[in-house]
Design a binder for this molecule. Structure first.
Ligand SMILES: N[C@@H](CCC(=O)N[C@@H](CS)C(=O)NCC(=O)O)C(=O)O
Length: 111
Protein backbone atom coordinates (compact mmCIF):
# COMPACT_ATOMS: atom_id res chain seq x y z
CA UNK A 1 0.00 0.00 0.00
CA UNK A 2 1.38 3.41 -0.86
CA UNK A 3 2.15 5.86 1.85
CA UNK A 4 -0.13 8.85 2.42
CA UNK A 5 2.26 11.40 3.87
CA UNK A 6 -0.36 14.15 4.03
CA UNK A 7 -2.53 11.95 6.25
CA UNK A 8 0.49 11.12 8.42
CA UNK A 9 1.33 14.81 8.78
CA UNK A 10 -2.28 15.68 9.58
CA UNK A 11 -2.42 13.14 12.38
CA UNK A 12 0.93 14.32 13.78
CA UNK A 13 -0.23 17.95 13.72
CA UNK A 14 -3.61 17.13 15.24
CA UNK A 15 -2.17 14.69 17.78
CA UNK A 16 0.32 17.08 19.38
CA UNK A 17 -0.67 20.39 20.99
CA UNK A 18 2.68 21.93 20.16
CA UNK A 19 4.66 20.39 17.33
CA UNK A 20 7.85 21.62 15.73
CA UNK A 21 8.99 20.33 12.36
CA UNK A 22 12.70 21.00 12.41
CA UNK A 23 16.08 19.92 11.15
CA UNK A 24 17.69 17.84 13.87
CA UNK A 25 16.36 17.56 17.40
CA UNK A 26 15.82 20.09 20.19
CA UNK A 27 18.96 18.74 21.86
CA UNK A 28 20.96 18.61 18.63
CA UNK A 29 19.51 21.04 16.09
CA UNK A 30 21.10 20.73 12.67
CA UNK A 31 20.16 24.14 11.31
CA UNK A 32 20.42 27.60 12.83
CA UNK A 33 16.78 28.47 12.05
CA UNK A 34 15.52 25.32 13.78
CA UNK A 35 17.87 25.98 16.66
CA UNK A 36 16.36 29.44 17.22
CA UNK A 37 12.78 28.14 17.40
CA UNK A 38 13.68 25.24 19.67
CA UNK A 39 15.64 27.65 21.85
CA UNK A 40 12.68 30.02 22.19
CA UNK A 41 10.31 27.17 23.09
CA UNK A 42 12.82 25.79 25.59
CA UNK A 43 13.26 29.24 27.10
CA UNK A 44 9.50 29.65 27.56
CA UNK A 45 9.27 26.19 29.09
CA UNK A 46 6.50 24.98 26.80
CA UNK A 47 6.21 21.24 26.29
CA UNK A 48 6.48 20.30 22.64
CA UNK A 49 7.02 17.39 20.34
CA UNK A 50 9.32 17.59 17.36
CA UNK A 51 9.79 15.90 14.02
CA UNK A 52 13.25 15.73 12.47
CA UNK A 53 12.58 16.22 8.77
CA UNK A 54 16.14 15.21 7.92
CA UNK A 55 15.14 11.65 8.76
CA UNK A 56 12.30 11.55 6.26
CA UNK A 57 12.47 13.26 2.88
CA UNK A 58 8.77 12.67 2.21
CA UNK A 59 7.83 14.47 5.42
CA UNK A 60 10.36 17.21 4.63
CA UNK A 61 8.64 17.91 1.32
CA UNK A 62 5.16 17.00 2.53
CA UNK A 63 5.08 19.51 5.36
CA UNK A 64 5.81 22.32 2.90
CA UNK A 65 2.80 21.28 0.84
CA UNK A 66 0.65 20.82 3.95
CA UNK A 67 1.16 24.41 5.10
CA UNK A 68 1.94 25.93 1.71
CA UNK A 69 5.05 27.32 3.39
CA UNK A 70 8.37 26.73 1.66
CA UNK A 71 10.77 26.26 4.53
CA UNK A 72 11.58 24.50 7.79
CA UNK A 73 11.26 25.03 10.76
CA UNK A 74 7.47 25.06 11.06
CA UNK A 75 5.68 25.46 14.37
CA UNK A 76 2.12 24.20 14.91
CA UNK A 77 -0.01 24.93 17.96
CA UNK A 78 -3.33 23.16 18.48
CA UNK A 79 -3.36 22.10 14.85
CA UNK A 80 -2.66 25.57 13.47
CA UNK A 81 0.44 26.66 11.62
CA UNK A 82 2.06 29.51 13.55
CA UNK A 83 5.15 30.19 11.44
CA UNK A 84 8.81 29.60 10.89
CA UNK A 85 11.88 31.08 12.50
CA UNK A 86 11.30 34.73 11.56
CA UNK A 87 7.69 34.76 12.77
CA UNK A 88 8.36 32.88 16.01
CA UNK A 89 11.39 35.06 16.77
CA UNK A 90 9.41 38.23 16.11
CA UNK A 91 6.48 37.06 18.25
CA UNK A 92 8.93 36.31 21.06
CA UNK A 93 10.74 39.63 20.75
CA UNK A 94 7.43 41.52 20.69
CA UNK A 95 6.35 39.64 23.85
CA UNK A 96 3.47 38.06 21.94
CA UNK A 97 4.49 34.42 21.99
CA UNK A 98 4.06 33.70 25.71
CA UNK A 99 0.50 35.15 25.85
CA UNK A 100 -0.36 33.38 22.61
CA UNK A 101 0.72 30.03 24.04
CA UNK A 102 -1.10 30.79 27.30
CA UNK A 103 -4.30 31.70 25.43
CA UNK A 104 -4.04 28.44 23.50
CA UNK A 105 -3.80 26.60 26.82
CA UNK A 106 -0.42 25.02 26.14
CA UNK A 107 1.54 27.10 28.65
CA UNK A 108 0.60 27.76 32.28
CA UNK A 109 -0.81 31.22 32.96
CA UNK A 110 1.94 31.87 35.53
CA UNK A 111 4.79 30.61 33.33
N1 LIG B 1 13.11 32.59 6.83
C1 LIG B 1 12.89 31.22 7.20
C2 LIG B 1 14.24 30.54 7.37
C3 LIG B 1 14.15 29.03 7.26
C4 LIG B 1 14.83 28.54 6.00
O1 LIG B 1 15.26 29.36 5.14
N2 LIG B 1 14.92 27.22 5.87
C5 LIG B 1 15.54 26.66 4.71
C6 LIG B 1 16.96 26.24 5.02
S1 LIG B 1 17.12 25.31 6.53
C7 LIG B 1 14.72 25.47 4.23
O2 LIG B 1 13.92 24.92 4.95
N3 LIG B 1 14.89 25.10 2.96
C8 LIG B 1 14.14 24.02 2.37
C9 LIG B 1 14.64 22.68 2.78
O3 LIG B 1 15.75 22.57 3.32
O4 LIG B 1 13.94 21.69 2.55
C10 LIG B 1 12.07 31.14 8.49
O5 LIG B 1 11.64 32.17 8.98
O6 LIG B 1 11.86 30.03 9.02
Amino acid sequence: MSRNVQDEIKSMVEGNDVLLFMKGTPIFPQCGFSSVVAGVLNHLGVEYASVNVLEDMEVREGIKAYSDWPTIPQLYVKGEFVGGCDIVKEMFEENELRPFLQEKGVLAADA
